[in-house]
Design a binder for this molecule. Structure first.
Ligand code: HEM
Ligand SMILES: *[C@@H]1O[C@H](CO)[C@@H](O)[C@H](O)[C@H]1NC(C)=O
Ligand SMILES: *[C@@H]1O[C@H](CO)[C@@H](O)[C@H](O)[C@H]1NC(C)=O
Ligand SMILES: *[C@@H]1O[C@H](CO)[C@@H](O)[C@H](O)[C@H]1NC(C)=O
Length: 321
């Protein structure tokens, strides 16, 4: 066999190994082990400090990773600020006056730029901070594959169309996640994120005043904090029993008609996902295991790798150089 033919076959084989197998990730768990051995501990210590100050911050950081990944992949596009000549995603319907945690990401990034400048991407910060937040609030850990790079672009229109609305019915929720390659079961497990964090009155008002599949006492108490024509920004916990603990109570609440969002209660409303909700309510160990796997899958949505994109110096803006 000629030398060049051997190499041609060798490279084709390597390409098949790399890209032919759908479960192969382009990310790797040891990505920073030589370039920035302190990366994971630096992120973790900043998350620990922010979440000890305010437990809700753990929820906010988890949500940032979701809103990043569902919009053209996990590329930190969600972090880019609007400028006079750049439109980012922060003013999109699901993000405006709602996403938070940007200042914590800035702190993490600036700490990382001190220990290993120009090495750790903002997209990887979001993936690790989401995991560390869940663990700090009582969830089970998972290993985060790394090596994402940061976008130089963002898409306001994709943010408006790809992030699911809480007004969706079960069919709509299933298709919003299916569009990103997720099964219905994975949609149910990722929704379990709402075991932590808060939502605004304006988001769930129509549910508490107009829907019938809601526990009466639960509805009444929500109306006190969320009047029919005022208090838009008043917050209520997504998990009414334990909103600062990452547990399976979210699912138990749904069984008791105590889902806060319309979309939450859709998962237990006499449809095809009722049995999965019951299963996670009854067995938090399977919830934790399935959640970690689904988070790794979410973190694998179209990452920029290799020489694509860049490592931003400041997560809020594209590098100027
Ligand atoms: C199933 C479809 C989903 C819908 C319709 C949805 C919608 C929402 C809405 C409307 C809020 C409240 C926003 C506000 O009031 O300002 C919220 C909060 C939250 N969402 Fe979701 N979400 C979904 C899935 C997810 C997923 C997959 C994750 C994470 C992997 C997630 C994590 C969170 C967290 C942690 C909060 C609380 C944030 C905080 O307190 O700052 N959500 N979601
Ligand atoms: C865009 O605006 C930023 C600040 O708002 C400025 O630093 C940058 O040079 C501008 N870029 C272009 C291409 O005009
Ligand atoms: C769900 O919502 C879609 C779009 O709003 C609507 O066409 C469909 O009929 C709804 N499905 C059910 C089962 O209510
Ligand atoms: C309840 O539904 C009616 C009819 O769709 C609507 O006009 C009203 O604004 C809704 N109430 C709230 C509080 O959303």
């Amino acid at each position: 066999m000629a030398f060049s033919t051997f190499f041609r076959l060798f490279f084709i084989t390597m390409l098949l190994i790399q890209y032919g197998c759908p479960v192969t990730s382009q990310l790797s768990v040891n990505f920073y082990s030589s370039s920035c051995p302190q990366a994971l501990s630096t992120i973790k210590s900043a998350v620990t400090s922010a979440v000890s100050k305010e437990k809700r911050m753990g929820a906010s950081l988890l949500r940032l990773h979701f809103h990043d990944c569902f919009v053209n992949g996990c590329d930190a596009s969600v972090l880019l600020d609007d400028t006079s000549n750049f439109t980012g995603e922060k003013t999109a319907g699901p993000n405006a006056n709602s996403l938070r945690g940007f200042d914590v990401v800035d702190t993490i990034k600036s700490n990382l730029e001190t220990v290993c400048p120009g090495v750790v991407s903002c997209a990887d910060i979001l993936a690790v901070a989401a995991r560390d937040s869940v663990v700090q609030l009582g969830g089970k850990t998972w290993t985060v594959p790394l090596g994402r790079r940061d976008s130089t672009t963002a898409s306001l229109s994709a943010a408006n169309s790809n992030i699911p609305s809480s007004l969706l019915n079960l069919t709509g929720l299933i298709s919003a996640f299916s569009n990103k390659g997720f099964t219905t079961k994975e949609m149910v497990v990722l929704s379990g994120s709402h075991t932590i964090g808060m939502a605004k009155c304006s988001i769930f008002r129509s549910r508490i005043y107009n829907e019938t599949n809601i526990n009466t006492a639960f509805g009444t108490s929500l109306k006190n904090k969320c009047p029919s024509a005022s208090g838009d920004n008043s917050l209520s916990p997504l998990d009414t029993t334990s909103s600062t603990v990452f547990d399976s109570a979210y699912y138990t609440n749904l069984i008791n008609s105590k889902g806060l969002l319309h979309s939450d209660q859709q998962l237990f409303s006499g449809g095809s996902t009722d049995s999965q909700v019951k299963a996670y309510s009854a067995n938090s160990a399977t919830f934790f295991t399935d959640f970690g796997k689904a988070m790794v899958k979410m973190g694998n949505l179209s990452p920029l790798t290799g020489t694509s994109g860049q490592i931003r110096t400041n997560c809020r803006s594209v590098n100027s150089g």
